[in-house]
Design a protein around this ligand. Structure first.
Ligand SMILES: C[S@@+](CC[C@H](N)C(=O)[O-])C[C@H]1O[C@@H](n2cnc3c(N)ncnc32)[C@H](O)[C@@H]1O
Length: 330
């Protein structure tokens, strides 16, 4: 088990980037789940649906938007996770990534923040990202980075044994339990013998949640189940790795990270991230839950207070394992 992350002695590093100030609670008041528009993206096969001023991909059951506001949140979450784990990955791949021609795949890469950083850190390696929504940079990107629009549920568009390192992070809002089984098999298939597969996921629900927070999270879990998404999978992922793949040398690490002001800067950013997720998911959640927008906002206000009062925290899981490499006899 990991330790409670404390910010007493260290400062979060946001990659030197000056970020826009955001106020999740204030911004929540602008949600309106009423307006719905659809449009086709000009540069991809995706169709978009606009609900409550947020843009969603129509071709997927994934429930979070793919607009600029979500891209900002994902950037923030990336730097938060990099700080929590004190690095961009846990698997022992540093040396292989320094080897010219090493190949890395990021599945569900979002805006590609992780890949762009990794491509800078490992200029000899080549990075491929796939996502169902083309949120990633299309033209201005390093030469060792490429992105492709693809759906993991349709199988990965790559040959067996193609990549030295295969990563899939923050996908609990995207996949059903059955999808996870298929996805893990696909990650294993495209990984080279001797290569590593790594997943990172937040555990839902958090721990020490207050009454209203539990109610919101329970509704969210149930509603996502009706959309065939299992947001609670994180603590069972190790078991999924061992049951559905033949990957070996598995390691499972857990960090307990505070939610709310009681956890100083990390806790504050974790809470901001949660509130931004609540806001992002609101256009989907509100109509399915059957609560009004004002009530949803009241719930969310209580959630923020309860996180501090109860000293809530979240477990974050990283699991990595290695593809079997047969011995070569001379
Ligand atoms: C929470 S974001 C995580 C992005 C990135 N991995 C990160 O950690 O910042 C989840 C991403 O998965 C993508 N996604 C959802 N369902 C997918 C699918 N079936 N195939 C590929 N990507 C998918 C979404 O479009 C979104 O960009």
């Amino acid at each position: 088990m990991g330790n409670i992350i404390s910010e007493h002695s260290q400062k979060l590093n946001f990659g030197g980037k000056k970020r826009r100030k955001f106020h999740p609670l204030r911004q929540l008041s602008t949600i309106s789940a009423k307006s719905t528009l659809t449009a086709r993206s000009s540069d991809s096969t995706s169709s978009y649906r606009y609900i409550g001023g947020r843009r969603f991909n129509e071709n997927t059951k994934y429930s979070l938007p793919n607009d600029d506001e979500e891209i900002d949140r994902l950037h923030m979450q990336h730097y938060l996770q990099r700080y929590i784990w004190q690095g961009n990955f846990c698997a022992p791949v540093h040396n292989v990534l320094k080897t010219p021609g090493a190949k890395v795949l990021d599945v569900g890469c979002g805006p590609g923040t992780w890949m762009l950083e990794m491509a800078f850190d490992y200029p000899e390696a080549h990075f491929t990202g796939i996502d169902i929504s083309p949120m990633y940079p299309k033209e201005i990107k390093p030469i060792n980075v490429e992105f492709e629009e693809a759906d993991i549920n349709q199988g990965l568009p790559f040959a067996d044994n193609s990549f030295d390192f295969v990563v899939m992070r923050n996908m609990v809002n995207a996949l059903s339990d059955e999808d996870w089984q298929k996805a893990l098999k696909e990650l294993e298939r495209v990984c080279k013998p001797g290569g590593f597969v790594e997943c990172l996921e937040f555990e839902i629900p958090g721990v020490h949640l207050g009454k209203t927070t539990k109610r919101i999270v329970e509704a969210y879990i149930q509603i996502m189940r009706t959309r065939s998404i299992d947001v609670t999978i994180a603590p069972r992922l190790e078991e999924r790795f061992t049951t559905y793949t033949t990957l070996m040398n598995l390691e499972h690490h857990v960090k307990m990270v505070p939610f709310g002001k009681w956890g100083d800067k990390t806790g504050k950013i974790m809470a901001d991230d949660l509130l931004l997720i609540m806001k992002a998911i609101a256009p989907i959640l509100i109509p399915l839950w059957g609560v009004g927008e004002i009530q949803y906002q009241e719930f969310t206000n209580s959630l923020a207070k309860e996180l501090d009062a109860g000293k809530a925290y979240c477990n974050i899981h990283t699991i990595f394992a290695q593809k079997y490499e047969p011995y070569h006899y001379i």
